[in-house]
Write a protein that binds this ligand. Structure first.
Ligand code: HEC
Ligand code: HEC
Length: 452
């Protein structure tokens, strides 16, 4: 009986093997693999083409897409009227090109007609003229701002904003404020508060915040260059307990690939935040959902305005999020000029960073933040909880990726720029983490930070 079973099993096995080997060789039955082998472009080619398309499209969105925000900045706040001035159909004196540059707005030399570039170089362009500002807007050369003009009257009729307004600057190759675009570099010269405060009406903000226009203007003017408050219109907190502005310094939008959570307080991923900003800060038209903000205690304004569940038709944001995300992840952190730090001292500083100074426990190279959940309490880094308490998680700061630090020295370090320079940062850690670094070790560590 047992032998019979064994023989039967053997026969079945043999049959199976035979059946397999007699199947025509080379004919693939898995449809997925079949598709891959189809003549024409391989799937590898498709991936590469997709990556190129996403990069190009994402760059266009980052630089030029207003997401329909002109309905707010032009339609409601009428910011374009303050720029154009009375003579050009707006209000007041208007903004001259020099004033625009002084407010930190940047001009993309790539968009300027050659003749205008030569005229600026030869100083034959009148920068103290509102018409020059309008000319720059017509050329679509003002970084992060798009002017809309009437075809017949040639007047400025509206204005929309882009990501590049706060997260791009220029290399000053022509003159200060005019040069080639540097996407991802925070514009620490930009006085966005003063720009918005110049609008003929701030009533939309006053209504939103349940206050008056004078108060809104005072808050906007308290920010200063390189700062913006991306949470004010959710929680209504304009000032900290010490009376200083609640605005943060503008962060870079480069070197973000590989980093889990974004913003100084880890609101979410890059694409989370892009949807947040485009919908609730730029006042574009789209969809945004975050039920964590439906909390009348922490976010009284958001709970009232329902910014946590925004559903505009048409949705001009959601279809752009994928490419926008892709582009940002493609922007590398810039390398500091080789002569801007002492390489030998930086080498010693690296050893300290990864050893005695304990920096690398949180700032893990080469990401310089933690792979995983990179959040820390205020107490762990020896500061107050104010800004952390404004995020949905209420109590954490994210370990800032440190590459390209040299680009953001202006305006200071940490979310509120509280440390004027790297020396102040290192002496802060030296004290709160009791590192026992002596002055020459401190100097070496600083050289290393400058080299990142
Ligand atoms: C008015 C200025 C302004 C505009 C316009 C703006 N941002 Fe930001 N952005 C900020 C500020 C301020 C923060 C920091 C917010 C915080 O930490 O609370 C920030 C944070 C970020 C971060 C997180 C960076 C990091 O290190 O985690 C990314 C990514 C980002 N913005 C991308 C964008 C994109 C994409 C757009 C366009 C859809 C955009 N921003 C438009 C001011 C701006
Ligand atoms: C416990 C984790 C932790 C340790 C240890 C740590 N950091 Fe940080 N670091 C952070 C966090 C969190 C922030 C963000 C703070 C903020 O924005 O308020 C930060 C911010 C910074 C910044 C500011 C970056 C910017 O763009 O504003 C620098 C510079 C820095 N750290 C350097 C260091 C150095 C140098 C050491 C070692 C002496 C160190 N860190 C140790 C967590 C840490």
């Amino acid at each position: 009986m047992r032998i019979a079973t064994a023989v039967a099993t053997l026969l079945v096995l043999l049959f199976t093997v035979f059946a397999c080997t007699t199947k025509p060789i080379g004919v693939e039955t898995n449809p997925a693999v079949q598709a891959q082998r189809a003549p024409g472009r391989s799937f590898d080619d498709q991936i590469e083409d997709h990556a190129k398309d996403m990069l190009k499209e994402g760059r266009r969105i980052f630089r030029y897409d207003t997401f329909g925000s002109e309905d707010f900045w032009g339609g409601k706040v009428r910011l374009h009227e303050a720029i154009a001035g009375e003579k050009h159909g707006g209000r007041g004196a208007g903004v001259t090109a020099r004033q625009a540059l002084q407010l930190g707005l940047k001009v993309d030399i790539g968009a300027l007609p050659k003749i205008l570039v030569e005229a600026i170089r030869g100083r034959s362009v009148d920068l103290d003229n509102v018409e020059t500002t309008l000319e720059l807007l017509r050329a679509n050369a003002v970084v992060g701002v798009t002017g809309f003009f009437d075809k017949d009257t040639k007047r400025l009729t509206s204005l929309g904003v882009q990501c590049a307004l706060c997260h791009s600057t220029v290399d000053d190759s022509l003159v200060k404020g005019i040069g080639r675009r540097l996407d991802g570099w925070p514009n620490r010269d930009l006085n966005i508060g003063a720009i918005v405060a110049s609008a003929p009406t701030l009533k939309p903000f006053a209504d939103l915040l349940g206050t008056d226009e004078t108060t809104v203007r005072k808050v906007l003017m308290s920010w200063g260059p390189g700062r913006y408050d991306a949470e004010l219109n959710q929680d209504g907190k304009a000032f900290r307990d010490d009376g200083k502005t609640a605005a943060t310094v503008l962060p870079p939008a480069f070197g973000l690939a590989g980093v889990n959570l974004h913003t100084y307080t880890g609101w979410g991923s890059v694409t989370y935040w892009n949807a947040y900003v485009a919908n609730t800060q730029m006042y574009g038209k789209g969809t945004f959902f975050d039920p964590r903000m439906n909390d009348p205690k922490q976010f009284p304004v958001a709970a009232k305005t329902r910014f946590w569940n925004k559903r505009d038709q048409p949705d001009l944001i959601t279809p752009k999020l994928a490419a926008l995300h892709f582009y940002q992840l493609s922007i590398p952190a810039p390398e500091p000029p080789k002569d801007s730090y002492n390489a030998v001292a930086a080498g010693r500083g690296k050893t300290l960073f990864e050893g005695k100074a304990k920096c690398a426990t949180c700032h893990v190279p080469p990401l310089f933040t933690e792979p995983g959940w990179s959040m820390h309490t205020a107490a762990e880094i020896g500061i107050d909880e104010f800004q952390a308490s404004r995020s949905p998680d209420k109590k954490f700061y994210r370990t800032t990726p440190l590459k390209g630090l040299f680009v953001r020295a202006k305006g200071g370090f940490y979310h509120d720029g509280r440390f004027g320079d790297l020396e102040a940062v290192v002496s802060h850690y030296n004290r709160v983490l009791s590192l026992g670094l002596n002055p020459s070790e401190t100097a070496d560590l600083i050289e290393y930070l400058k080299s990142l």
